[in-house]
Design a protein around this ligand. Structure first.
Ligand SMILES: [Zn+2]
Length: 656
């Protein structure tokens, strides 16, 4: 699957509201590097050896080339004297895994082929080696080696006595041979027309800040004309020996797996027609459920005759069904499209024009508004599903560019010892036991209340009791509030409404923000307020306003505490189900705090005024008054002797 065709577009996050660290991890995974492709030529045979380098500014320091042992030119280039050594080396390299070959732990080895290449920038003759750390699958299978600027090349050159001329050095270089490679920005040396120029190395000109320049002791005001790497790239193009190029670390996606558990690849192999797709009318191909798992080390599908034996739809011959299955990331790349409408065209014959869901459903639901998932998916699932969506867009299936607009990464709940839960540590908290003991709503409530959803944290077995007490209080205030005597005052009703509408506003916003901990805190405050009203303003209980306040509490509880809410909903005589009700709306006017304006005096003279909530306490009023600009200019440098608060009217600050 050619995910690399989308490498550049996958680096564009402008249409996504995803966590910054997911962007960063994907960018790193895609690994875009700017550089140049430069063509070296073999002395023998005149073969072109294109190499990609991120550091064209170091070309004059390329004193040897290294090819992958599998490179198709190795055989032809190898000299008779080197033949035996080269053959032996190629043989041992093929026996190693790619991972072993790329291991940074491993000592770098190589063999001289006896052949030379011409460095196009200075026509120097440089030896061609083979080494197993160069892979045929990366780039062109050949690299230029610049020992003064690359640690690996430096070690290799030291080991095999190859020259290490200095071509980029720090500004304070003393002219002595290097004792280690220098890869940072610096001054170019021994580099033909570019000697003496500043090069910023791996940085891009637009990222070259005065701070960076100062760090390396180099000038900050560089242009494409005066910066070495850019200037060399342009020069290569003018000379016709190279060109600016971009490479990506991202590889194409091999989707086949040699195992049973995966979606079958809908292909067959016909002895006459070759690879033939399974006809649309036979889709989907389903896994047989009666395979035998034998210790063969191979997929059991290979031994299932009924699955394997098919008739070629083109020529009628006996053909063999593909027994490799797909990487499971294939299915998770587009499951959001299938899950939306899972029975679309069930049992019907499919055609090439079909899409996986009812387009009307797609227009309504897609793309996904809010997705949640762990950060561990950053460079796999979350990258693959973006690729799939872009490919589906280009096939005309969807009309948007990204699969999910918003993404949140949830945190992880740790054990009480602050370590990740694991059986071996013995710190696993089993949800089933807790649900058994406290009930599902309590356990869920604590998970919401005890942690920031996106951060997680250590489990606290006492914390759950706080949520349990809260729910008991909810139960009590809803089911056990006897009506008081007399009529409530207008102020009491006003205050009840205010708390009710403030609670709706807060819970609604907290749910939208995924801040479930403060959502539960808001529900707790509202419940406490209702308990206070019942105890101190009992005349409210039994009124229509009280019933409305209680009804609101139960509605607000429903998303987080679904079982309790359903039960309470029935007990307050409301029709089934609480989960099918409209979400309550708040009224900003009703939610607004009553505000009073008070005068602020310094030594008895009014200097400023202040708006405060009507129920403000004296300490808050005094502190707010003393912080006013209109006040501090009269109190600065003086000693505050006394601050007097006359509730609802004024604050007087006495200074000396
Ligand atoms: Zn055939």
């Amino acid at each position: 699957f050619k995910i690399t065709a989308y490498a550049e577009e996958l680096l564009d996050y402008s249409k996504l509201n995803w966590p910054e660290r997911v962007h960063a991890m994907q960018k790193n995974w895609i690994g875009r590097s700017e550089g140049a492709e430069v063509v070296f030529t073999t002395e023998k045979g005149g073969h072109a050896l294109p190499v990609f380098t991120t550091r064209p500014d170091t070309l004059w320091g390329a004193t040897f080339m290294v090819m992958a042992p599998e490179h198709p030119l190795v055989d032809e280039l190898t000299s008779p004297e080197q033949r035996a050594e080269v053959d032996a080396y190629v043989e041992q390299a093929t026996r190693q895994t790619e991972i072993d070959r790329l291991s940074t732990e491993k000592e770098k080895t190589g063999v001289f082929t006896g052949a030379y290449a011409i460095n196009p920038v200075n026509q120097e003759r440089i030896p061609i080696w083979i080494a197993d750390y160069v892979l045929m699958t990366y780039g062109t299978g050949a690299i230029m080696a610049v020992p003064c600027g690359d640690e690996r090349d430096f070690e290799f050159a030291q080991k095999y006595n190859l020259p290490i001329p200095v071509v980029v050095a720090p500004p304070d270089w003393d002219g002595q041979p290097f004792e280690e490679a220098y890869a940072a920005p610096g001054i170019m040396h021994n580099s033909g027309p570019f000697s003496g120029m500043v090069t910023i190395g791996k940085y891009n000109l637009e990222d070259w800040t005065p701070e960076l320049a100062a760090e390396y002791g180099l000038p900050a005001d560089l242009t494409p004309q005066t910066e070495g790497r850019t200037a060399v790239t342009r020069w290569l193009e003018e000379q016709g020996i190279g060109k600016g190029a971009i490479t990506y670390r991202l590889r194409d996606w091999l989707i086949s797996r040699q195992r049973y558990w995966g979606c079958p690849i809908p292909m067959m192999n016909c002895p006459t027609c070759g690879i033939v797709p399974v006809p649309y009318e036979d889709l989907p191909v389903e896994l047989p459920e009666d395979v035998e798992f034998m210790p063969t080390g191979e997929s059991p599908l290979k031994f299932h005759e009924g699955f394997k034996k098919v008739t070629c739809p083109q020529c009628g011959a006996i053909a063999e069904r593909e027994t490799d299955t797909m990487d499971t990331f294939m299915c998770s790349s587009w499951y959001q499209y299938a899950y939306m409408d899972p029975h679309w065209k069930d049992g019907q014959t499919l055609s090439a024009d079909d899409i996986p869901y009812n387009p009307d459903e797609g227009n309504y639901w897609l793309p996904v508004d809010q997705y949640t998932g762990g950060i561990e998916h950053a460079t796999m699932h979350l990258l693959y599903t973006r690729f799939f969506t872009k490919a589906m867009r280009d096939m005309g299936v969807v009309n948007f560019d990204e699969p999910m607009n918003n993404l949140f990464n949830q945190g992880i709940i740790l054990g009480e010892d602050r370590e990740k839960m694991s059986k071996s540590r013995g710190n696993v908290i089993a949800p089933d036991d807790l649900v058994q003991e406290h009930g599902a709503d309590t356990v869920r409530g604590y998970l919401m209340f005890g942690f920031r959803w996106d951060q997680g944290g250590p489990w606290d077995s006492h914390g759950i009791l706080g949520v349990e007490r809260f729910l008991e209080k909810v139960w009590d205030v809803v089911t056990n509030s006897p009506a008081g005597q007399g009529q409530p005052t207008a102020a009491q009703i006003r205050e009840l409404k205010r708390k009710q509408h403030q609670a709706i506003r807060r819970v609604t916003k907290d749910i939208e923000d995924f801040t479930f901990n403060t959502m539960v805190a808001g529900l707790m405050e509202y419940t406490n307020a209702l308990v206070d009203f019942r105890n101190k303003a009992g005349a409210l209980v039994g009124t229509a306003d009280w019933a409305e306040a209680i009804r609101t509490l139960v509605l607000l509880l429903a998303p987080g505490f679904p079982h309790l809410a359903e039960e309470l909903w029935a007990r307050i005589g409301q029709p089934y189900s609480v989960h099918q009700q409209s979400w309550p709306a708040w009224d900003e006017e009703l939610a607004k705090e009553d505000v009073i304006e008070i005068a602020v005096q310094v030594n008895g003279k009014v200097r400023d005024k202040l708006e405060l909530p009507a129920d403000v306490d004296a300490d808050t009023a005094k502190a707010r008054a003393q912080a006013l600009d209109g006040v501090t200019k009269y109190t600065a440098g003086k000693q505050v002797v006394k601050v007097i608060y006359v509730p609802g009217r004024l604050v007087n600050i006495v200074v000396r």
